[in-house]
Design a protein around this ligand. Structure first.
Ligand SMILES: NC(=O)c1ccc[n+]([C@@H]2O[C@H](COP(=O)([O-])OP(=O)(O)OC[C@H]3O[C@@H](n4cnc5c(N)ncnc54)[C@H](O)[C@@H]3O)[C@@H](O)[C@H]2O)c1
Length: 267
């Protein structure tokens, strides 16, 4: 190491180069997961698009390959450990060992509190929280056994800290994602595996399209210093930074907000 502070740091794009890395993006066929696949692929990574939707996953692989990005799709139910393990084995046989895991599967619902039944409660918690636990176990174990480190990035939400109106179960699930992220940061650090969460604000996407009606968007914008909704590309720089060992090697257990300032203000 150089005696001059900072002199040994990689310069510019080298810090954000993911060449030679294999990234598994669960929920990769969704709006935000898809942007991450394009972003990581553009930074040089090989991409496993892992989703329950075969049609959208296959379409995305075609689009990535058209840009010269090596990619493959694997279909799974993210909340089912056997399905996740099977998909991991399939991906690793086709693309090689996974270095970067992104947990971006998610669903939502705006059912009023007294109408939430246990089926819905479990479905949302299973998809948004149990899936993260399962993937961290399945891929985390493989990373530990391989002994080359790794990085895990979980999708949290602005609702994870102070709950948002109308989305109780979703908010509870994302609060769990925050806790799991911080817990695992400590548990996996001795194995050189970093675990962080990205905390997006409001991005029109598949799971929240119905929720973002005109009055909801109006109140969100009134509460967002940047005065706009997010666009999927807004996440890419932060995601590449979190994925790159060279760029964020000392960052673990962090919740990184990408929300136009939404969580920074009250009224
Ligand atoms: N869009 C936002 O404003 C926003 C804000 C904060 C957090 N998030 C989180 O970002 C992540 C991505 O969501 P999005 O907004 O892109 O929505 P999206 O609906 O476009 O994408 C979600 C993807 O998850 C997949 N999926 C759902 N259940 C699955 C399962 N059991 N197994 C495998 N795949 C499954 C869906 O097929 C879909 O492709 C989610 O975790 C969501 O909670 C989104």
């Amino acid at each position: 190491m150089s005696a001059i502070p900072g002199a040994s740091a990689g310069a510019g794009t080298a810090l954000f180069d993911l060449t030679g890395r294999v990234a598994a993006v669960i929920g990769g066929a969704g709006v935000l997961g898809g942007a991450v696949c394009h972003g990581f692929g553009g930074a040089g990574a090989t991409i496993a698009v892992m989703d329950r939707s075969r049609e959208r996953a296959d379409e995305l692989v075609v689009a990535l390959e058209a840009k010269g990005i090596r990619a493959a799709a694997a279909i799974l139910d993210a909340s089912d450990p056997e399905s996740v393990e099977r998909a991991r084995l399939e991906v690793e046989a086709r693309l090689g060992a996974v270095d970067i895991l992104v947990n971006a599967a998610g669903i939502n619902s705006s059912t009023p509190f007294f109408d939430i039944d246990l089926e819905e409660w479990h479905r949302i918690l299973d998809t948004n929280l149990t899936s993260v636990f399962v993937a961290c176990q399945v891929f985390g174990r493989a990373m530990v056994d391989r002994g080359q480190g790794g990085t895990i990035i979980n999708f949290s939400s602005a609702s994870s800290e102070i709950p948002l109106s109308r989305v109780l179960t979703y908010s509870v699930s994302k609060a769990g994602v925050n806790n799991l992220t911080r817990y695992l940061a400590r548990e996996l650090a001795p194995h050189r595996i970093r675990v962080n969460a990205i905390v997006p604000g409001f991005f029109p996407a598949g799971q929240n399209r119905k929720l973002l009606d005109e009055s909801r968007v109006e109140s969100i914008l009134r509460h967002t210093p940047a005065a706009r909704l997010g666009e999927p590309d807004d996440l890419i720089g932060t995601m590449i930074w979190l994925a790159s060992e060279r760029a964020s090697g000392f960052v673990t257990g962090a919740l990184i907000h990408v929300d136009g300032g939404f969580t920074a203000m009250t009224i």
